[in-house]
Design a protein around this ligand. Structure first.
Ligand code: SF4
Length: 343
């Protein structure tokens, strides 16, 4: 398989191109073209001889659009991208009043095996490189005709970012840099199911994104039923790690809680959640489960309202997030699983 040029940061690309021709400036042009999603033939200021060498020995690393579904309800666009080696990953572009938010994948599939999540159904195919992550954003940008459509990034698609730690950190540094898409850390949210050692390592990276914790249970007992990671780390350990991240970066934590009927939506879980996050500078986002995995269904509107009320009575203000793209398999993993299942 040809090496992906998008996997190289600007210094690595410089080294690579200097092996081919002794031009100290060419790498900037090639890097810039790559960030725009240009094919080798579209790199018009690059000498033909070099273009031919690049074509013979490398792939650009860009992703193609395998499937694109546009929601008639809210304009959400669900993408399945085909990476340069044929692996399929998904992303969702959600239009909000304050700009477009792109939900991207960090792994093809996921090995964390959360019982309610469609991304876990086929296990993990492979980790995504930083180039594969950039490729998703470049593909979406190109699909919008070059106008920059991505204002905010949420790393909440398939995969656990901290299970692919080095590539995730490389991606964040690159997307934030001036010679790439220059997206500010404050416009990026990263969601983790709570790999505590990696959370602490990330705290030392000086990357002040919004850290979101996928909690989905108010106590360890509930969490252990649906999230295998809860057998390794108690909620208290995860919340302590989140607190250390906040103390270091000053970035408020987001607690994500998917309400699943009869599993985690009772009053006791609400009360336990309030106790677990006491003193943590955080917002709580309640999400009603999208239909996806057999045996798991969303809590009713009444139960959802009662859960939020129970939190409020325990001094926790929670926001009910809107489910986007419900008519285009908007939930993480659904569409990719359906497509893989068809092949
Ligand atoms: S919820 Fe997140 S961590 Fe859990 S299986 Fe799905 S993608 Fe992985």
């Amino acid at each position: 398989m040809k090496r992906s040029l998008l996997d190289l940061d600007i210094n690595e690309l410089k080294e690579e191109l200097l092996k081919i021709e002794n031009n100290k400036f060419r790498y900037k042009q090639v890097y810039s073209w790559l960030q725009k999603g240009a094919s080798f033939d579209e790199m018009t200021n690059i000498p033909k001889s070099l273009v031919e060498i690049l074509k013979d020995n490398y792939s650009t690393g860009h992703a193609g659009i395998h499937t694109k579904l546009v929601s008639e309800i809210d304009g959400t666009i669900k993408y399945i991208f085909e990476l340069h080696d044929g692996v399929l990953v998904e992303g969702v572009l959600m239009p909000y009043d304050y700009g477009n938010t792109f939900c991207m994948s960090t792994q093809a599939g996921c090995s964390m095996a959360c019982a309610f999540c469609s991304s876990a159904l086929d296990g993990k195919t492979r980790d995504l490189t930083d180039g594969d992550m950039l490729a998703q954003i470049i593909a979406v940008t190109k699909d919008a005709g070059g106008e920059r459509p991505v204002n905010n990034i949420v790393m909440m698609g398939s995969g656990e970012p901290f299970d692919n730690y080095e590539n995730t950190v490389r991606f964040l540094r690159r997307i934030n840099s001036e010679n790439s898409l220059n997206i500010g850390f404050r416009s990026i949210s990263l969601s983790t199911c709570g790999l505590v050692e990696k959370m602490d390592r990330f705290t030392e990276e000086n990357i002040p994104v919004t850290m979101c914790i996928s909690l989905h249970g108010g106590n360890d007992e509930t969490r252990q039923k649906i999230m295998p990671i809860a057998n390794k780390y108690a909620i208290a350990q995860t919340i302590d790690a989140a607190r250390r991240y906040f103390n270091k970066t000053g970035r408020r934590i987001i607690i994500e809680y998917v309400l699943i009927d009869g599993v985690n939506d009772d009053r006791k879980n609400a009360e336990d959640l309030a106790k677990a996050i006491k003193g943590l500078n955080c917002n709580v986002n309640i999400i009603r489960l999208n239909e996806g995995r057999e045996g798991f269904s969303p809590s009713s509107r009444n139960k959802t309202a009662e859960f939020i009320k129970a939190l409020s009575e325990n001094k926790v203000k929670a926001i009910l997030r809107r489910n986007m793209g419900s008519d285009v398999n908007g939930a993480c993993g659904q569409l990719r699983h359906n497509i893989i299942g068809e092949d």
